[in-house]
Write a protein that binds this ligand. Structure first.
Ligand code: PMV
Length: 356
């Protein structure tokens, strides 16, 4: 490609697909620049993903990042302004090359934007993987896989906290935790090799109870932890849960896994209820699903467990071998509680994929 003076311009392109993740031990409460108040652990999903293609074209006549942005092939001012702010911040310390060129981003989600599924984790991790890839292409350098993912995780975290866990396959921990070498508050660490095979094919059916925007955003929710009287006890509990969950994940202990996962989901929502001001993000349908799941489990002994994000939708977690009976239960008893019968059938997945 040539510029107006006929010289060739440097141009580099890449594309990444990144999944969302579901927290088992929840990150809730932060300090400093998106640093967590407790360690968190998540499964990486596969179906709920973002695909992002980027092209960077050198322009030595500018010193501020240029941007064109398309979401699902169309302009989207709200997303664009969030991305622009993020890129401006990243160009200062992490990616100086952004200042000397124009970045074109085309992005789309595999799930509808209004489905009630948080897209920021998959969106920010896909963009971060792409930016780290571009940086290497432009510099001609190479780094180890560990360092590449670590930097992508740091950048994802700065974009949207929990996104930092999406850059690894199967499962990840974010937050310094003595038992996990290399773990840090600044980046997530992959747990794939420490996870029993039963969890590698785990299902996560996401029941869409309501697709509406949350009445209180996650960032406001993190903020309310500062004055929550239960916050200190919560951070102690989260550390204890992290240790126990890592053991359950390693040993394939489904009962311990389910107990911790459900405790975590209910604690998260209890913390919201006793924030000041108090708020409730669960809906009647969320509670009905929880009660039906517990009844199904005690009637059948099938290890079906629930968790929730900061919203009303319920994630159902279970081993692959129970796909059929769980599927029947969902169709007959739970689907009627979902908004327009909507369910996203997801599962634990292989993490980010380079697609261009
Ligand atoms: O990453 P944020 O700021 O959207 O916060 C995510 C909070 C939870 O989804 C509730 C928990 C988590 O660890 O993902």
């Amino acid at each position: 490609m040539s510029n107006s003076t006929g010289q060739r311009k440097n141009s580099f392109s890449t594309g990444w697909q990144c999944p969302s993740n579901i927290a088992l031990v929840k990150y809730w409460g932060k300090h400093g620049n998106q640093l967590p108040n407790n360690p968190s652990v998540s499964f990486t999903l596969s179906e709920a993903a973002t695909r992002t293609f980027v092209t960077w074209e050198e322009d030595l006549n500018t010193d501020s990042p240029g941007l064109s942005f398309l979401f699902d092939g169309k302009e989207n001012r709200a997303f664009e302004s969030r991305i622009r702010k993020f890129l401006d911040a990243m160009s200062v310390e992490h990616f100086p090359f952004l200042k000397f060129g124009h970045l074109s981003i085309e992005t789309s989600n595999s799930f509808p934007h209004s489905s009630g599924i948080a897209s920021s984790a998959s969106a920010m991790s896909a963009l971060s993987m792409a930016l780290c890839d571009l940086e290497l292409m432009i510099s001609g350098k190479s780094v180890s896989d560990v360092l590449f993912h670590r930097k992508a995780s740091v950048i994802s975290r700065l974009g949207s906290g929990s996104a930092c866990r999406s850059v690894y396959p199967v499962a990840a921990i974010w937050g310094q935790f003595a038992e996990v070498p290399g773990s840090s508050d600044e980046w997530a660490t992959g747990l794939e090799s420490g996870v029993h095979k039963v969890f590698h094919t785990f299902h996560d059916d996401i029941l869409i109870i309501s697709p509406e925007e949350k009445s209180v955003s996650s960032s406001a929710g993190h903020g309310l932890m500062e004055n929550n009287p239960y916050a200190p006890a919560r951070y102690v509990q989260a550390r204890a849960h992290t240790g126990k969950l890592l053991t359950a994940l390693r040993e394939g202990d489904l009962k311990a896994f389910g107990k911790i996962t459900e405790d975590e989901a209910l604690t998260l929502h209890a913390l919201m209820m006793c924030s000041d001001p108090s708020y409730i993000l669960m809906k009647e349908g969320s509670l009905s699903v929880i009660n039906l799941v517990r009844r199904f489990r005690s009637d059948t002994d099938i290890p079906l467990y629930f968790t929730l994000d900061a919203g009303p939708n319920v994630h159902l977690l279970y081993p692959e071998e129970f796909e059929e009976p769980v599927g029947q239960f969902i169709s007959s008893e739970l689907r009627p509680l979902c908004h327009e019968g909507r369910i996203i059938r997801d599962r634990v997945g292989p993490g980010p994929q380079k697609i261009a």
